[in-house]
Design a binder for this molecule. Structure first.
Ligand SMILES: Nc1ncnc2c1ncn2[C@@H]1O[C@H](COP(=O)(O)OP(=O)(O)OP(=O)(O)O)[C@@H](O)[C@H]1O
Length: 252
């Protein structure tokens, strides 16, 4: 499998002076093209920090992150923003959509900065994605009149607008009920089958069990890793059981 994203020996601290504390303590991670990976760990272990470091959203204090063989530290701020906008997608726990725009406009907005794409193409792309994500009839819907699941589907459409190589998700199902969370994970699975790599942070073994590989982070270090591809896709309970066992081992 071709390597897509690599973080080597990532170090990240927050605060200054006596308040300074190290959150990532030499973390190394490699994500292959089209892989589906989740990160688990206790609250405060540095999961989101790692996600933001790997996506270049946040700077790091030591180590190196490379995407498609390019070191992020060698890129200017503009080049890094361009890379994030064109090659990476982001889905957050709350999709942070703008209240004065309908769902369609919210989905199109981040790509409007890219002058290479005309508005008609963007509009068509957004409508196609909404159709694929099951909200094709909600293009003109005000965001205040959409459910949490519909908003998250719109958040996923927004992330896919640039046809990214990877989608990062920071607890993308964390604010949803079990049924809706399962539906959203089915969408992620579909996206992944189309060849897009996915890296998710989650607390929930039922969510991690739908990915191919789980990284366990504890006190800023990767302490375990679980490859799930050895299980067939049918034995979901085995996957959850294996993840839960590993969680217990590291005290989550
Ligand atoms: N911007 C920041 N400034 C200062 N400290 C921060 C900042 N962001 C995170 N932290 C601290 O870094 C540590 C790791 O935070 P992070 O959000 O990465 O953990 P997490 O594993 O994702 O936690 P959770 O599961 O609770 O979301 C925590 O102690 C947190 O308080």
């Amino acid at each position: 499998m071709k390597q897509l994203l690599s973080g080597q020996n990532i170090i990240k601290s927050y605060g200054v002076g006596e308040e300074k504390h190290r959150v990532l303590n030499g973390v190394s991670v490699t994500i292959g093209s089209g892989e589906f990976v989740s990160i688990m760990g206790p609250s405060g272990s540095g999961k989101s920090t790692l996600l933001y470091a790997l996506s270049g959203m946040d700077g790091i204090d030591g180590g190196e992150v490379s995407f498609e063989g390019r070191k992020l530290s060698g890129l200017s701020d503009d080049a890094l923003s361009d890379l994030r906008r064109s090659r990476m997608g982001f889905v957050f726990q709350q999709p942070a959509l703008l209240k004065n725009l309908n769902l369609l406009d919210n989905i199109m907005l981040p790509q409007m900065r890219d002058r290479r794409r005309n508005v008609r193409q963007l509009n068509q792309k957004a409508r196609d994605l909404m159709e694929q994500m099951g909200i094709g009839n909600l293009a003109e819907r005000d965001i205040t009149q959409a459910s949490g699941g519909q908003l998250q589907r719109a958040g996923i459409c927004r992330a896919l607008m640039s046809e990214p190589e990877i989608v990062f998700g920071d607890e993308p199902t964390g604010a949803l009920n079990t049924k809706t969370a399962k539906e959203i994970m089915e969408l992620f699975t579909k996206i992944n089958r189309d060849g897009i790599a996915i890296l998710l942070v989650t607390h929930d073994p039922n969510i991690a069990a739908r990915t191919e590989r789980v990284l366990f982070l504890c006190d800023g270090e990767i302490v375990d890793e679980c490859r799930l591809s050895k299980f067939t896709k049918w034995d979901f309970d085995n996957r959850v059981g294996e993840i839960t066992k590993r969680m217990q081992k590291i005290g989550i």
